[in-house]
Design a protein around this ligand. Structure first.
Ligand code: HDD
Length: 713
């Protein structure tokens, strides 16, 4: 049994939801072909015809069944979040949090609650690219003993709108325009920005959407946010307002825009492939579950409304308490059966978790159930294997399309005496779900409270909290997004709207989109920051990063093997890239296999680059445009570059020499400041690898930011 199979075995046996799924799995290897009725088929390559050149006969049941099934094998894609990728895992609480909630899966640290997580983009259709600028969905189904709990989250903590009634509007505006279905998976078009300038409550979310958060490096390196305000309720009935967070243990990291765009062409599956491969290699992604809590009595103590989904609760004011950890350790067996058919719903809660009056959440509670009815073809989607709770289901609901359960007996109503009123409602002591008895009174009005009116303070807070590099990326994103808008008036209105966030931001936006700067650039009154929202302050780790090695015949084997071994020891993967696939031979005669050539990969697929020594290898590479382009592009995207002995000469032949060295006094300065780690003397290889690994852990070296325009890549 190989490592992957062994992992799969462990995963199946340890996880109760997977044991449940096991009875649905079908393995067709080494079996004889049958129809759907189980009749063996003797020939499947020709339809039944009247004569060799004659028409196909109606009685060919095998042909008709095969074609009919094929003709019906698509279901509607999700109206949003159509493109996604699902994986299995488990969740464990660190210690009982009985004080805050009675939810059973949050009480016992020894219990591993099975989960299924689906990551997604929002706007693109099922076949769109992974690395587009967009919000990412991060939906988790916890299969708890008390029934399914779904935390249907995004990787951005706020939302475009405050009231769910505007959801169809924002989605229509951002989706491809209806007359020509252009553009795919992008907000960079007139209808979206028309909606934005007419809807000032979008300001805060737009700042996040145009930040690096919207182009994550990996699903493994993004946060998740429940966005809406929920409630925790404990055994004594005491409630607290709560917001949920997922905190990735690899830190929060992003791509750069040029890289994201190129990846969309070179590897549209970049994010799903990254997750699939990480799990297959046993590099299981981990995320801590965090909660922010606000006492009921403190509801009105903040300068924002805690029910407003366009607001964060700054972590510096309301700390995030980390209560447990989720580990994702299993890939699916079948994408359609699991990832496509899984159905999430924020209304799937268990005792101890309740709702708030957040007007966006209230609307969501209607929409998710409704959408599954059309998408999954009727009310029995809870019976689809991936959606079935591990808790037993007993009620009087019956029939409908695709009903699987064979409900026995004559009673399907309540109250009844024929079955002693079973199935009977459970008391609270028996874990029956009791809604929190919040006192509510008011007049029926189509209005919003005035506490929802401040649309700019937190947008400014976000802008204030960004590093200079993050700010530059946001301005560049405005230039791309709004620069793609045709209507001049809309462009001008974007400048004027974001003048309310920060006058200098508006001036910079205007400069790149052919609009006038604001007449009176605003000096913001909000001057504080929330350091937690900047990715500069995240965890830095080299684990599971991927380094490309450029190589040709005549390389120095001792050097490369020492470096590869040290990188592997630090959990960094390596892949050898060369002009052609096949084997390469070192000066000493050892052979190494090429993983990818320039046609099948590109620098954009790696976190860093290493060039080993070996006179002949380096001379050949120096003559290859692709190799030099690989180096230049890696440099442009601010990634770590390492070179040993003659490998340093190759760097000097690239654009780095002229561009990076401009303004640097010595090569040492270049090395230490720019994440370009070089060493001429191979006897210092251990010092090199240590420095190289530390540099990779930094993710990017933004000090190169101002030089990127000079790089021809
Ligand atoms: Fe939603 C899917 C997250 C607001 C209506 N939403 C969907 C998914 C995620 C989110 C992650 C994909 C689930 C999956 O992988 O199958 N949605 C959010 C978050 C929101 C949000 C974090 C803001 C707090 N959504 C929102 C509103 C509405 C919807 C305001 C409607 C009133 N969302 C839907 C939907 C979808 C959906 C139409 C499409 C597919 C599905 O539900 O199952 O019902």
């Amino acid at each position: 049994m190989d490592k992957n199979q062994q992992q799969k075995e462990n995963f199946i046996h340890e996880n109760s939801k997977n044991k449940d799924l096991e009875s649905y799995r079908a393995d067709h290897g080494e079996e004889l072909l049958t129809t759907n009725q189980g009749v063996r088929v003797s020939h499947t390559d020709d339809s039944l015809k009247a004569g060799n050149r004659g028409p196909t006969l109606m009685e060919d049941f095998h042909f008709r069944e095969k074609l009919t099934h094929f003709d019906h094998e698509r279901i509607p894609e999700r109206v949003v979040h159509a493109r996604g990728f699902g994986v299995h895992g488990y969740f464990q609480v660190y210690e009982p949090i009985t004080e805050y909630t009675k939810a059973k899966f949050l009480q016992d640290p020894s219990v591993k609650t099975p989960v299924f997580v689906r990551f997604s983009t929002v706007v693109g259709s099922r076949g769109s690219a992974d690395t587009v600028r967009d919000v990412r969905g991060f939906a988790t189904k916890f299969y708890t003993e008390e029934g399914n709990y779904d935390l249907v989250a995004n990787n951005i903590p706020v939302f475009f709108i405050q009231d769910a009634i505007k959801f169809p509007d924002v989605v229509h505006a951002i989706k491809p325009e209806p007359h020509n279905e252009i553009p795919q998976a992008s907000a960079a078009h007139d209808t979206f920005w028309d909606f934005v300038v007419n809807t000032p409550e979008t300001a805060h979310m737009i700042m996040w959407l145009l930040s690096d958060r919207a182009i994550p490096r990996s699903f493994r390196m993004m946060e998740g946010f429940g966005v809406n305000t929920f409630r925790f309720v404990n055994q004594q009935g005491k409630a607290r307002f709560v917001k949920f967070h997922w905190k990735p243990l690899l830190g929060v990291h992003s791509l750069v825009w040029d890289e994201a765009q190129k990846l969309a062409g070179k590897d549209p599956d970049y994010h799903r492939r990254d997750l699939w491969e990480a799990i297959n290699m046993g590099e299981y992604p981990e995320y801590e579950l965090g909660v922010q809590m606000i006492e009921e009595e403190e509801e009105f103590n903040f300068n924002f409304d805690i029910l407003d989904p366009t607001k964060i609760w700054p972590e510096e004011i309301v700390p995030v308490k980390r209560i447990g950890k989720m580990t994702l350790d299993g890939n699916v067996d079948n994408f359609f059966a699991e990832t496509e058919q899984v159905a999430f719903h924020p209304g799937h809660v268990v005792p101890g978790i309740d709702f708030s009056n957040d007007p966006l959440l209230q609307g969501r509670l209607f929409s998710y159930l409704d959408t599954q009815l059309i998408r999954l073809g009727g009310p029995n989607f809870h019976e689809i294997a991936i959606n079935r709770p591990i808790a037993p289901i007993h009620n009087n609901q019956r029939d409908g399309y695709h009903r699987m359960t064979i409900d026995c007996g004559s009673v399907s109503y309540s109250p009844n005496s024929l079955q002693a009123n079973a199935p009977m409602p459970a008391s609270e002591a028996e874990n029956g779900y009791v809604h929190y008895q919040e006192k509510v009174e008011g007049q029926k009005v189509r209005q919003r409270n005035e506490s929802f009116n401040d649309h700019f303070s937190q947008a400014t807070l976000f802008w204030n909290s960004m590093s200079s590099t993050e700010k530059q990326h946001i301005v560049e994103a405005f230039h791309f997004e709004v620069g793609s808008v045709m209507d001049k008036e809309i462009k001008q209105r974007v400048v004027d709207m974001f003048n309310n966030v920060d006058g200098q931001l508006a001036v910079q936006i205007a400069a790149g989109i052919g609009a006038m700067p604001p007449k009176a650039p605003m000096i913001p009154t909000v001057t504080n920051q929330s350091p937690a929202v900047s990715q500069e302050n995240t965890i830095k780790d080299a684990r599971s990063r991927k380094v490309a090695i450029l190589l040709e015949n005549g390389f120095n084997h001792t050097e490369i093997s020492q470096v590869m071994e040290s990188l592997a020891g630090a959990g960094v993967q390596t892949e050898i890239i060369s002009k052609n696939l096949g084997m390469l031979t070192s000066v000493e005669g050892q052979q190494l296999e090429v993983g990818k050539n320039y046609v099948t990969t590109g620098s954009i697929k790696y976190d860093g680059l290493y060039i080993p020594g070996g006179q002949q290898s380096v001379s050949t590479l120096t003559m290859q445009g692709e190799a030099l382009h690989f180096i230049n592009e890696t440099f442009k995207h601010a990634k770590t570059i390492g070179a040993t002995s003659e490998g340093v000469d190759l760097l000097m032949a690239s654009a780095i020499q002229g561009v990076a060295m401009a303004g640097a006094d010595t090569q040492d300065q270049l090395m230490s400041e720019m994440g370009v780690v070089t060493i001429r003397n191979a006897s210092d290889i251990n010092t090199f690898t240590q420095e190289f690994i530390n540099a990779i852990a930094q993710h990017r070296h933004w000090i190169r930011q101002n030089k990127k325009q000079m790089i021809p890549a």
